[in-house]
Design a protein. Structure first.
Length: 317
């Protein structure tokens, strides 16, 4: 009902269809492109059509779940997404749906050493479920408003504090523990321990994320994802498989050291609908190889670049 309401709202502002340019090689597109009365351009593509029935459904609750449960219902949800992925891989169903029940953080979601070979739908029931490697729950009080965790990284983002470009703020690196204790919005990497003092002095929570290399979520089969934020890895999502259909609906890609999406694939279809891509060291959406079809509809990209001079909001090679 929500998807239909959204589509009708778009069409209520319909101004006219935009024909395909001469020589445009994408035949039988599963959508039309139209201009709205306010001048914006949208498509009739319905991402929910790709949220297909799956053979099994499992539930995960990052706040009150338990990996010793069976994951078969909301009341018996697992706690960690990584456990859900690895358990489903062992079960090896023909397809699976994973429903995330809590907003906020899912640490150690799954890394690129784990790449499911069966189709998955990953749905955040209430929106804004955040997949990352490590978040503020790992920190304990050191002194004043300064908190400490046993880890090492120089890249820490606070999703609650947004700069003028719409990107989450990175904590400023300082030169000592004492300086971090005295300075809001700062971080000090002591090698084995990391000290942070947030912009508003609050206790670190699931909005605080440390960026590490590796740990990029990966798929080797069709993937539908809705309402999920991918945060703080080398790339937020990668695949080297071909002939996939991967649909991201109302998702965010935040704070990777390189690209948000790093897709090396032949003959695949990727769609990003109402997505945001923020604060990346490299490209935003990066597609490599031939025959890839890509739709980006109502996406926002900001804070791109730093890995090389050729970084783009979206690029295909």
């Amino acid at each position: 009902m929500t998807a239909n309401t959204t589509k009708n709202t778009l069409l209520d502002n319909f101004c006219g269809l935009i024909p395909k340019p001469t020589g445009f090689v994408w035949d039988n597109m599963p959508f039309s492109v139209f201009r709205r009365k306010d001048g914006s351009v949208r498509t009739t593509f319905d991402p929910k059509a790709y949220d297909l029935p799956r053979a099994v459904t499992r539930y995960v609750n990052g706040e009150i779940g338990n990996d010793a449960s069976d994951g078969l219902s909301e009341a018996t949800a697992w706690k960690t997404l990584r456990y859900a992925i690895t358990t489903l891989i062992a079960l090896n169903p023909t397809s699976a749906k994973i429903v995330l029940l809590s907003r906020g953080g899912y640490k150690n979601g799954w890394g690129n050493a784990i790449s499911p070979t069966f189709p998955i739908s990953l749905i955040s029931k209430y929106g804004d479920s955040i997949i990352s490697v490590m978040n503020g729950d790992d920190f304990t009080l050191h002194s004043g408003t300064c908190y400490k965790a046993t880890t090492s990284t120089s890249n820490i983002f606070d999703l609650m504090w947004i700069d003028e470009t719409g990107c989450p703020r990175k904590l400023n690196a300082v030169g000592s523990i004492s300086e971090c204790v005295a300075t809001l919005g700062s971080a000090y990497d002591a090698g084995t321990d990391l000290y942070i003092n947030l912009f508003n002095g609050r206790k670190p929570d699931h909005n605080v994320h440390c960026i590490y290399s590796g740990w990029s979520p990966s798929m080797s089969a069709d993937f539908y994802c809705e309402g999920v934020s991918f945060v703080a890895t080398s790339q937020n999502f990668i695949t080297t498989a071909s002939n996939l259909k991967c649909i991201f609906n109302k998702c965010r890609f935040i704070g990777s050291t390189r690209d948000a999406l790093d897709i090396t694939s032949n003959g695949s279809f990727f769609a990003m609908i109402d997505c945001a891509c923020l604060a990346h060291g490299g490209d935003g959406f990066f597609f490599f190889f031939t025959g890839i079809k890509v739709l980006e509809d109502n996406c926002f990209v900001s804070g791109i670049g730093g890995y090389s001079d050729g970084d783009n909001n979206s690029s295909m090679h």
